[in-house]
Design a protein around this ligand. Sequence first.
Ligand code: SAM
Length: 227
Amino acid sequence: MGIKFEKILIWGRSAEEYTKMFGLTLEDNKLKIIDCAGGPASFNVEMTRRGGNVVSCDPIYKFSKTEIAQRIQEANCEVMNAVQGNPDNFVWQDIQSPSQLLNIRRSAMQEFIEDFSLGIQEKRYVIGELPTLPFTDRQFDLALCSHFLFIYSEQLSEEFHLACITEMCRVAMETRIFPLLDTSGKPSPFLLPVINQLLKQGYEVQIRQASYEFQKTGNKFLRVLRT
Ligand SMILES: C[S@@+](CC[C@H](N)C(=O)[O-])C[C@H]1O[C@@H](n2cnc3c(N)ncnc32)[C@H](O)[C@@H]1O
């Protein structure tokens, strides 16, 4: 059975997961990074603690901490139902069980919640919605987008994907997107058409191996560079 979600979930991952999903090196960690659709991930707070330069952008940042925590709680239930109902869709290696998954993600999202007010004050969490970002051209070195594009191919159109990626390429020199599968674990039908469009528009595009695989075969990220 495949996994399908009615709407885009408010759920967040840790810096360790981001590092593996996007192949981030120590050199990459020194870059000015924009985390698009950053949601309640702890990537921003963890990187800030290590002296990194990360801004996260997401429409949920217009909500209060309590409202975001409520949306996280709803997502916890949806994800747990989906994972427990479809255990064969996942690789239970680094994450060994659904309860461990919930613990890892809860602790990442708790870090985000505790950092949220300070991060808003410091403009590390910025309200913004793809495909129109509130940033200037080339304001960042690297744009990341985890678990928003391609994964929600049922909800978001091919045109929307292309518009989001070209917008991220406007604000950053390089863009990385993970995963390239939809929620049911199939390759996104938009991947190849979007790559072809980007190549036509003169971008350099690569599919890179990630050292992260939780959704089965979900172990690749897209890298798009301005030429
Ligand atoms: C599944 S979460 C991923 C969070 C984080 N990137 C991670 O992987 O841990 C998806 C996020 O996409 C955000 N989102 C929904 N629509 C968006 C849009 N138009 N532009 C940017 N983010 C959006 C949601 O608010 C949510 O926080």
